[in-house]
Design a protein around this ligand. Sequence first.
Ligand code: AMP
Length: 547
Amino acid sequence: MSAPVDNLMMDYPLTITQFFERSRRLWAKKVLSTRVPGQPLFRYTYADFAARTQRLAGGLTALGMRRGDRVATLAWNSHRHLELYWAIPLMGGVLHTLNFRLAPRDLTYIVNHARDTIVFCDASTWPVLDTIRKDCPSIRTIVVMKDTPEAPVPPGALEYESLLASATPAAAWPQLAETQAAAMCYTSGTTGNPKGVVYTHRAIYLHCLAESMTDTMALSERDVILHIVPMFHANAWCVPFAAVMLGATQIFGGPNPQPRDIAGIVQAEKVTFVGAVPTVWIAVKELVEKEGYDISSIRMIPSGGSAVPPSLMDVFEKKFGASMMHAWGMTEMTPLGTISRLKSYMRDLPDAEQLAIRAKQGYAAAGVDLRVADEHGREAPWDGTTMGEIQVRGPWILKSYYDAPESADRFTPDGWFRTGDLATIDAEGYIQITDRTKDVIKSGGEFMSSVALESLIMGHPDVLEAAVIAVPHPKWIERPLACVVPKAEAKGRLTEGDIIEFLRPQVAKWMLPDEVVFIDAVPKTGVGKFDKKVLRERYKGWQAKDG
Ligand code: AMP
């Protein structure tokens, strides 16, 4: 009988401890910085970062954090937030990033549901915590980080720098299992209560590797990364974890960064990589066009969270020399699912065809199983037209929400997660999101993509933003209503007829919106996406024209 051949590799746990220790040794001289309003960037080295993270870890032990305890952050992007990103999970705690833009009711629900014990909050976000803390009995300690130097520390709270100064640095990291919880995020909760997603060390570890691959984001030590995606939104797309693993230069956007801050930092620091949702890029585009910043150092802008209008990608690429790449994912997926890169043999296609492919959400990242399926789990053909729900599975996709048995129906009997996103998939495997299930417009017997219409309308040179929602119709059940924000210089001049005539050659007749309303701004969610729920509420009683 021959000797067994299976399982002869080490059972080495995939924990982020490995990344941290390697990073500390290799990248000690590399620099991390944070924007401080009205001052030059605050800068320190990876060696400083590692030493402070170790002190913070000691401080967490002194505060009584035990394995599995949820430790919350309510903070802007900063080097301190990065220290928490690492120290909490390295010590076996669970980093729970809170979105301070949520309604107090939702935030209270989330803190109570997660049973957060310690909260690290910025001085500038303290008023939010102050409003809810009396209703959150699990919070026993609050630590305030002075994100603006003159900020006072509220009575009863500890101060972050004092905590570090008095802490004994952790002598060693605990041995952790790869399945242990490292971090946690709640979904925005557009329907029902927010739901918690808990990331294991293993999920983050594997996601960091996949995200850095050349055919996904090609992240490397050579990158200068500006963090604008909020660190409370799906781990800032996991980039703060991957960037430390790689030793990239990192700049944190600080409190409430505006388009001028983003463009200014990109120009001054020669940023190569900066992600954000499309609404941020719409605003940056306006500014760069008007004031002429040089942002051509950017090699990649990953954008997602909602569909990126192709016209926006085109301007960044052709006018600003900054390549924008469409990515799709969700909190439930750590978050990367797909990325839209051209395949090598597509590089010779005419420009317009290349743009049309890149405007899709792309193909599945290595490690993600993805299918577009009907309600019975039957896969849609790869024809680019049949619509179905995106379903996914893989090592960084949730198996279950945290303590939410009522959401078992989000999983299929054969083990796929139902994303709730509707899409088509083409012959090359590129998905195109047509809508969230709840946003799709059902006109007559046909489904119409509100996302497709919005993207086209935002290609009009006088339009800043556009969102399309369904309004009831006596004959067609639903019809599209286009809510359009004109650019400042086109206010009062741009008409409904202009929008319709612009769309007419681009869409089927039945897809033309019956009506266009002009609004001052599209309402945004806490993470900067279009909040169509608010628009639907606003136009609840609206009756579409009998067209
Ligand atoms: P969140 O968990 O807050 O990141 O939201 C995830 C949802 O955002 C997805 O289920 C999609 O509906 C939407 N989304 C994310 N990326 C894209 C994208 N590139 N295009 C269109 N929708 C997107």
